[in-house]
Design a protein around this ligand. Sequence first.
Ligand code: FMN
Length: 172
Amino acid sequence: MNTRECIATKLDIREFSSDEVSTNSIKEILESARKTGSGLNTQHWRFILVREKDNLKKLSDSSTSGQWIIGANFAIIILTDPKYSFHLLDAGRLIQNMQLSAWDEGIGSGIYTGVIPDQMRKHFNLPSNLNISAVLGFGYPKNRIKGNTKNRKSIEDISSIESYGRSIKEIL
Ligand SMILES: Cc1cc2nc3c(=O)[nH]c(=O)nc-3n(C[C@H](O)[C@H](O)[C@H](O)COP(=O)(O)O)c2cc1C
């Protein structure tokens, strides 16, 4: 799949089949995170791979908007260092790289940010200086994805040309 096709077809997946994702694929997804560029090349991010069912249940129990994680084949907790003003921008970049990298080989993924931090910190031994920026769940999609079902605004709705509010329609 080329990059544009990958971006155009990728959806957030929250229902997964019981098929196992290989350790090699997991390594490749982590590799895609590792290779992402960060502000000042600080690489302040840290990742925790969660594969055991009991721990996926703990993640689900300590989430306010990602209880579906219990059905994922594995999860990755993303920690970033809030002492850098750009830490969430870095998180977004690496998350997208991981999700696209997975999608490229047919592995679906979803993200959630709603967590109960104290519960998560305790259970996963998370250092207090790092921010819990997101949790990603991965697995083969339960349902076949057909067509482009993205619900998005048009380019015209979200873009201007030369100055804010000037219609970009002329080049579309
Ligand atoms: C910053 C961010 C936070 C998100 N938080 C959650 C969340 O807490 N729970 C959830 O199920 N999905 C969450 N999502 C997923 C979005 O709902 C999803 O990306 C959006 O609906 C578009 O999905 P689609 O690409 O499948 O159309 C989050 C996405 C982003 C980028």
